[in-house]
Each structure stands twice: as C-alpha cells, then as structure tokens.
Ligand binder design. Sequence first.
Ligand code: SF4
Length: 322
Amino acid sequence: MPDTKPTRVLLAAPRGYCAGVDRAVIAVEKALELHGAPIYVRKEIVHNKYVVETLSERGAIFVNETDEVPEGARVVFSAHGVSPAVREGAAARNLLTIDATCPLVTKVHKEAVRFAKSQQTILLIGHEGHEEVEGTAGEAPEHTIVVNSPEEADTIEVADPDNVVWLSQTTLSVDETMETVRRLRDRFPNLQDPPSDDICYATQNRQVAVKKLAPECELVIVVGSANSSNSVRLVEVALQSGADASYRIDRASEMDEAWLEGVTTVGVTSGASVPEILVRDLLDRLAGLGYATVEEVTTATEDLMFSLPREIRADMKARAAS
Ligand code: SF4
C-alpha cells in the first residue's frame, strides 16, 4: 500500500473492445437468440476467458475443430478467421456456418490470395500457431512463409528474393513489426509493402495510448487473457515505453497487492477482446487500495462499427418477416 504520497490511476483510452470483437460476440449472442442453444463456435470466439465463459453459460459450445460439431449443426467461425480448408471441412459436414471473421482479417486474407495469384512469396509476419496466422497462411500455403520475429528475418530463405511481399498478423507490436520489415528489407531490397497497414487500427491505438501513459507509471496493469496477442503486446509496449513494471491479468482478483509497493501512479489498459466490466472491477479494487483518483489519457477516439455477419442479418430479416 502507498504511504501518504498522492496516488492515481492513468486509464488508457482507447482500450478494450474493438469493432471486430464487438461484432463477433454479438454474432454469437444473436445466433443463440435466433436459434436457441446449442450454438457451436470453432475456437474461442475472441481471446478472452470471461467472454468465453459467459457465452458458454448461455449455451455456446466451443470446439477446436469442425469435426467435433454434429453434422448439420450451426457453427460460428471466430473473429480470427479460418483457412479455406476449414470452410471445406464444414461444408463436407453440412454445417450451417456463421462467419464472424473480423473484416480487417478478411482484408489480409484477400491480399494473401492476390499476391499468391501473382506468384509472389508472402512473408507473413506473425506468430506461428496463432489462429489468425493459420487462417491467413491457409489461403496460400504454397506461397507463404511465417516470420515469427526480427531474428527470424535474418535467416529465412526464399526462392526468388526479388519477388517477395510482406503481410502481418493484425495484432502485433507496431515497432517490432517495423524492425522485422527493416531486417527483411536489408536482405530483400525489392520487398514489396502491403497496400495498407495490416496491424489494425485497434491494436495501434491501444499501443499508442499505453506509450503515452507508461513513462509516468511505476506500474502498468493490462487486463486481457494470456492467449490474447494484442493484450500481451501491451505489456511489452508498456515496459519498452518506460513503465517500471507491467503485468497482464485476466481479472481484478489476480492483481497482487505487492505490485503496488511504493507505486504512486498505476496505468491501466485492456486488450481489444476485453469487456469494460473487467476494467471497472480492477478500478474498484484499486480504489479500495487507495488509488481512487482516475485520470483518462486519451490518444484517439474510435467510432468504427462493422455490420453483423451476413448470415445473422439474413436470419434476423427472416425472423422479422415471419
Ligand atoms: S483486434 Fe483488430 S483485427 Fe482483431 S478483431 Fe479487433 S479490429 Fe479486428
């Protein structure tokens, strides 16, 4: 606990839900409303434990692969996107699919298809094994090489060094990705850039907000799950930007009071898959420990919204007409 020094919380804005997550969660909720339980969801709809638990209680069943879904049942594809092979697998089992892939992930898939058609090698900067990377690489597996880190950029080999383009996962550290690109370009001077940023607006905005507040904080707490790429990146960005310490927690109860020893300013933010209620719980807990003053640090305002998946819109229309 702090002594008599004034204490405060700097609260990052933007934080929490992005447009793609909001859309995906609503898609599952609407599917449950329209069709009743169970609704199957391939993988975690978004990478957040609380969201998955809450939807499970309402009747969503999360599976790893479509072959776990009963023939002919309804399945939602998560915000991270799926490869064509997954779509084919679902079609073979006559599943009724609802595609909640974030439109900003779909954009990267389309780029991958286009570059593969023109026989370019795609250097996909991202984390091997992450669902989004599997989905994007699955669009053009013969043409894609995943680059996991700046260090890997120094060693990968390509067939034609003059015919390479880079793409990226949407939820990476902007700075680290640019470092990877710089190292790739050192080796492949004709490396082509993607037509627009692949790291999405939400990932970028949350990193910018943390960069702004971190230098003033002895501690930055990021609310988000361990498998949430953009949440994990926020911890790294906080540390690189001057916070003395930074930790990720799934929920307020995971905060260790020892972290607050000698701390006067605590930064708080949350990943793009985190509902605001979890941040409010943390602020309540911090207030109870003497950190009742909350100052919001706003670096951008967001008003982007995506329309719901077309399958849900069609079902809503049909329901309204009946
Ligand atoms: S983090 Fe970005 S890419 Fe991922 S769901 Fe949100 S808006 Fe879409």
